[in-house]
Design a protein around this ligand. Structure first.
Ligand code: GDP
Ligand code: IMO
Ligand code: MG
Length: 427
């Protein structure tokens, strides 16, 4: 058995897509466990850029089985458009399996997402407005519609009737127009027909694959700090993107998880609202944002930028079961004279090393930094750890020391080739 979970260890956009694609070169199965098209995973293959949203990052390799698991919320319209977009770019030979238990994002979810944000005013989350939160809310409230329902027109009709009646009351309460049943039904029944050939019990498929020794890669979306249970609630997404959530989100036994690789930027970013203790503004922030092209893949919003936060990283490691780290966008820091790392917070005059539960406390946390010398040499073409400038090596070693976790991959550019792997997970 050989499985690896790729998990975002910060606030998302750490480079999970790049590493999943890189690792997928040796994998048999790639699984998206949770989230939906709020994710934007960028992959560069020989200079060609792909931004995947809900389709797993193994889609480029015809030999790979790509699984969209039960923990996902799937917008059929967007998913089919994404597939059509890939096909238009020559990605026509792929294997895709969609869980019959995944939940379906419907038009009222998107409407409600926007309406709740407007209702919250200056306390808005800054969601991607893709309907993710309202869809997960329906799942938990047991009024969701699943892929298995969507692909059976009679069942879908009955489920949609009931849910839409309720959702229209909610929409009207929020000052929006109710939605008509017929156009939604007609449109989504067609999507159901198109998706049906991909649908199966992906939990069974995964067990069979793992039992026969296939190499299975789980591609996390979002990041631990956006986890609905353990993140900076309520400024989080509505699923649990941790490594330990993979068994629930995919229907496999926890004993099948071998390793959990935390994907971590060499600094920090965040899109959307919510506390971010190491956030910086000014010239250095602009330098990092421009070099790292830190603009949202999904919403194009400029990402907030900050120094590497090892308190949050350690928290993510602990909560998520991360046992190795992959350090991303390392090249972006080239050219900075000084680089800071946050190793503790000061909260009301005391040093702390974990994340407080309440927003009020977290907002009062001040980062405590150590400062390191930067490097000026271009590192985008190095092929080994030894070739790195001494200060870059020292930076990596310091992060390993602060997180007590080995950095087994470092990434020095967006392309597959710009990846230095020090440990092979799939022998
Ligand atoms: P994900 O959501 O975790 O898959 O990450 P995103 O794709 O949203 O954002 C990561 C961005 O960084 C993408 O534009 C990648 O192409 C880019 N990227 C990934 N690794 C590196 C790297 O090592 N160096 C640079 N310069 N860019 C990288
Ligand atoms: P990937 O997989 C970064 C953020 C949103 C918002 C909050 C809630 O590309 O790393 P949602 O639409 O999920 O209800 O928004 O979560 N968010 C992400 N930030 N990367 C992502 O995914 C994100 N998915 C959601 O910006 O702050
Ligand atoms: Mg992203």
């Amino acid at each position: 058995m050989s499985t690896l979970v790729v998990v975002g260890s910060q606030w998302g956009d750490e480079g999970k897509g790049k590493i999943t694609d890189y690792m997928a070169q040796k994998a048999d199965v790639v699984v998206r466990s949770q989230g939906g098209n709020n994710a934007g995973h960028t992959i560069m293959i020989d200079g060609e850029k792909f931004a995947l949203r809900s389709i797993p990052s193994g889609i480029f390799n015809p030999k790979i089985k790509n699984v969209m698991a039960n923990g996902m919320v799937i917008d059929p319209k967007q998913m089919l458009e994404e597939l059509a977009g890939l096909e238009a770019r020559g990605i026509t030979n792929y294997q895709l399996f969609v869980s019959n238990r995944a939940h379906v994002v419907l038009p009222y979810h998107r409407e409600l997402d926007g309406a709740y944000e407007a209702f919250k005013g200056d306390k808005k989350i800054g969601t991607t407005k893709k309907g993710i939160g309202p869809c997960y809310a329906d799942k938990i409230n047991r009024i969701g519609i699943r892929i298995a329902d969507l692909i059976q027109p009679e069942i879908f009709k009955e489920a949609l009737h009931q849910t839409l009646t309720l959702k229209n009351m909610e929409l009207q309460m929020l000052g929006l127009e109710p939605l008509q049943f017929d156009p939604i039904y007609d449109e989504y029944v067609e999507y159901g027909k198109k998706i049906k050939p991909f649908v199966c019990d992906t939990s069974l498929l995964l067990e069979e694959e793992i039992e026969k020794g296939s190499k299975v890669l789980f591609e996390g979306a979002q990041g631990v700090m956006l986890c609905v249970d353990h993140g900076t609630y309520p400024y989080v997404t509505s699923s649990s993107p941790t490594g330990v959530s993979v068994p629930v989100n995919t229907g496999i036994a926890p004993r099948y998880i071998d390793n959990i690789l935390g994907i971590c930027k060499a600094y920090n970013t965040r899109v959307g609202e919510g506390p971010f203790p190491t956030e910086i503004n000014g010239d250095v922030a602009t330098y990092i944002r421009e070099r790292g092209h830190e603009y949202g893949t999904v919403t194009k919003r400029p990402r907030r930028v900050g120094w590497l936060d090892c308190v949050a990283l350690n928290y993510a490691r602990r909560i998520s079961g991360i046992n190795y780290l992959s350090l991303m966008l390392f090249d972006v820091l080239t050219g900075l004279e000084k680089i800071k790392i946050c190793y503790a917070y000061e909260l009301d005059g005391k040093l702390i090393n974990t994340i407080p539960a309440t927003l009020a406390e977290y907002e009062r946390c001040k980062p405590v930094y150590l400062e390191m010398d930067g490097w000026m040499e271009d590192i985008t073409n190095v092929t080994s750890f030894d070739e790195l400038p001494e200060n870059a090596k020292a930076y990596i070693k310091k992060i390993e020391e602060l997180t007590k976790t080995e950095i087994v991959i470092f990434s020095i550019g967006p392309d597959r080739k710009q990846t230095i792997q020090l440990k092979d997970f799939f022998k």
